[in-house]
Write a protein that binds this ligand. Structure first.
Ligand SMILES: *Cc1c(COP(=O)(O)O)cnc(C)c1O
Length: 228
């Protein structure tokens, strides 16, 4: 099988698994968006996924995305691009111009910079607050106990519309309790969006309420080097 056929086959299988996991808990499979994480893979891999009907993509680096997507965005107006990696404030302008969703709002300085830049560009990418759900020192995200206050700051003080929450659970633990905790924080803040679940655990995340799953390896294959 060549790369294009392999990517199409992987997407078919993952969509079937997403639908099955959703039905298991009486959810509508249409309420789960598959974000195809193409980081480190070339624009040709994204084009192959687009040809197989995939429209939502995730990237973790602004610069890599700037090199890969503008031509694809012009050719495929339905393409939606999500930033799923850390965002430095000096890249906010580029990120607001390029991305349709920013899933990694994780500190006040960034939220303020986004509010200003969204106003200047009159562009409104969807915003997700990243929660450091396992309270891991090396990971980005708002601590769970600080999430309510941070969401309120984004909404009330900065006038931002928050679409939901995003998390990356600790790699070496069962993810389900962390998914459940993220859902609890979302529910008490009346947030509908839950971005959780990756190649190894997206079905569990869907059973616990994920509305977005971010899947890379299972679609595009293994990456050469870890990319955050
Ligand atoms: C790379 C990445 C993913 C995808 O991980 P896979 O295990 O390859 O599916 C999901 N979310 C984030 C934030 C990532 O950086």
């Amino acid at each position: 099988m060549d790369d294009t056929a392999r990517i199409a086959a992987n997407l078919r299988e993952i969509r079937a698994r997403i639908a099955a996991a959703a039905r298991e808990v009486d959810r509508n499979p249409d309420d789960v968006t598959l974000v195809a994480v193409a980081k480190t893979h070339p624009a040709e891999a994204v084009a192959a996924a687009l040809a197989a009907g995939q429209t939502v993509f995730g990237e973790n680096r602004v610069q890599e995305a700037q090199a890969k997507y503008p031509a694809l965005q012009r050719a495929h107006p339905a393409l939606r691009l999500h930033l799923i990696g850390p965002l430095q404030t000096n890249k906010v302008k580029d990120a607001v111009a390029l991305f349709d969703a920013i899933e990694t709002v994780d500190r006040e300085k960034l939220a303020r910079a986004l509010a200003g830049e969204m106003q200047r560009q009159n562009r409104r990418p969807q915003l997700f607050v990243q929660v450091n759900i396992g309270e891991e020192p090396q990971k980005a995200g708002i601590a769970p106990r600080e999430a309510d206050a941070f969401i309120a700051l984004c909404r009330d003080a900065l006038g931002l519309s928050v679409a939901g929450l995003m998390c990356i659970p600790p790699a070496d633990r069962q993810p389900a309790p962390y998914f459940a905790l993220l859902r609890e924080i979302a529910q008490r803040n009346a947030l509908a969006g839950l971005s959780m679940g990756m190649s190894g655990d997206y079905e569990s995340a869907i059973r616990l309420g994920a509305t977005l799953v971010r899947v890379g390896t299972a679609i595009f294959g293994t990456r050469e080097a870890p990319a955050g």
